[in-house]
Write a protein that binds this ligand. Structure first.
Ligand SMILES: Nc1ccn([C@@H]2O[C@H](COP(=O)(O)O)[C@@H](O)[C@H]2O)c(=O)n1
Length: 255
């Protein structure tokens, strides 16, 4: 979630406006591999971030679900593709693509849609979507990324890298938790440290609930993303070792 929230003058939003440590964009990640770059979600800050990183081109975007904060950058990207006389490629399960068609009927002039319901191979990565409960907002998708074994012999007892990206979920069922086992890295959304609102009104884990999930699925490393003004990054939440809030622009070597 973006911080500061325009309507809000809470301490976290005011710190974001002045000090800036709590200034956050909508969640998104860029996966670089031998196949090229794959952006995961394309929210309203897409252009700001492209400018910030001095990137002029983008070819491929993977979408978790068709909510404003994950797709609002698509029309601007499509426009850039038009001026660069290239096609952009969008990967998402069929129902997400159908919603995009209704929301932005003109985008397929420039973007090619690929249904990845049954998975997608991206360079060394096998990518698999699965449906996750998104509380009052219905459902979203999360993605699991399994690095394919290459010719380099792995050290004894080691195995190829695995991570999952799950920005918008809450109260996952046992079946929905299954792909979260055995991960090297889990990127999971937590709007608040502790959200006091009624459960029926909520849509994303808070950190307290996510920590219970982590104790169960035990990823080696966890990054919290999708943090709204319910998280004050200047505070010490005493998170366990291997659990950290994500930061804008952070980079990780995956395997
Ligand atoms: N049907 C919906 C519901 C929400 N959004 C956007 O998702 C963001 C988070 O919403 P919450 O309801 O969880 O606070 C926010 O940007 C909403 O505008 C949406 O696009 N479609």
């Amino acid at each position: 979630m973006g911080v500061p929230r325009v309507y809000c003058s809470c301490e976290v939003c005011m710190e974001a406006r002045t000090g800036g440590r709590n200034r956050r964009y909508r969640s998104s990640a860029l996966l670089s591999s031998s196949e090229g770059e794959l952006l995961i979600d394309c929210g309203p800050e897409w252009r700001t971030q492209m400018e910030h990183y001095e990137k002029r081109k983008l070819g491929h975007v993977l979408i978790t679900h068709a909510h404003f904060d994950h797709i609002a950058g698509l029309p601007e990207w499509a426009d850039a593709c038009r001026w660069q006389q290239q096609s952009g490629h969008v990967y998402a399960p069929a129902d997400v693509l159908a919603t995009l068609r209704k929301m932005f009927p003109w985008l397929e002039n420039q973007l090619v849609y690929h249904d990845c319901s049954s998975g997608l191979q991206w360079g060394a990565w096998q990518i698999q979507p699965w449906k996750v409960f998104h509380g009052k907002n219905g459902y979203s998708y999360a993605y699991r990324f399994d690095k394919l074994a290459d010719n380099i012999k792995l050290a004894k007892d080691s195995r190829p890298y695995r991570f999952a990206y799950c920005p918008d979920a809450i109260n996952l069922s046992a079946e929905q938790q299954a792909p979260l086992f055995g991960l090297d890295l889990l990127v999971i959304g937590t709007n608040f440290y502790k959200e006091e609102a009624d459960f029926e009104t909520r849509s994303v884990y808070d950190m307290v609930e996510a920590l219970e999930l982590l104790a169960h699925v035990q990823p080696k490393l966890t990054l919290f993303t999708h943090m709204s003004h319910g998280v004050d990054i200047t505070k010490n939440y005493n998170l366990p070792a291997g659990v950290n809030p994500a930061q804008t622009g952070m980079q990780l070597e995956l395997g």
